[in-house]
Design a protein around this ligand. Sequence first.
Ligand SMILES: [Zn+2]
Length: 240
Amino acid sequence: MSEYTDIHRVLLTYIRSCKYIYHHELLETFQTIYTNLSGESPHEEPLQQLNKYLADINSRISPHGFKIERKNNELTGELCYIFINTVGDDIIKQNTLYSPPELDTIKQIIDDIVEAPEYKFSLGKVNVQQKIANSLNKTLKEASNLVDRLIDDGWFEVTLDDRMTLSIKTIAELKDYLIDRHGSSTNEGKILICQQCKEIVTLGCKHEDYFFHFKCYDVYCRNNNIEPDQDFQRIGPENV
Ligand SMILES: [Zn+2]
């Protein structure tokens, strides 16, 4: 591994501080960090250089159970980078920011989102608050504060219609947990796997018996010389 420099450290700190970062943003920020700290512009192709820095950082942090993961945004298909925890078989349980009953609640919300009928992969925020108030014996105000905290901490995202969905970070971090717990669509389980990219689908479309991200469906049709079928079942909530 090449020398671990301030550029690595600042880059890692920046990525950790974001729930996720789009590729174009990270590339831009990387060039700024590089120029500010080294006093010169990147001397190679910036993307190549960024990838080298990320590889260095990943080999440095992976023994400690962390990773900078690459994952496509399910709606736009754009590449994102996410700092995730990779250690252990129960990442949720190891999280020390929450009490055990709160951690059980997080699991319950995740289960309910996965099990939402008609592939909605989402829950009304108000319903979640109500359920938490009941199960944890909290006031509605306290329950609402907890839900906001879970969203701020990056477990969930909220749609324009106030529906809670799994965040890109949760899907990346808990991929194995989700498939172990709910099974994958390749084995008639609840976690849907994209026919094209083989990643989890919580936002996309179902064509016949296959699941796709929207962009992946276009690619699949092009690759297989299929006329895109306008008749499909939506996966995930509207108005994301
Ligand atoms: Zn896909």
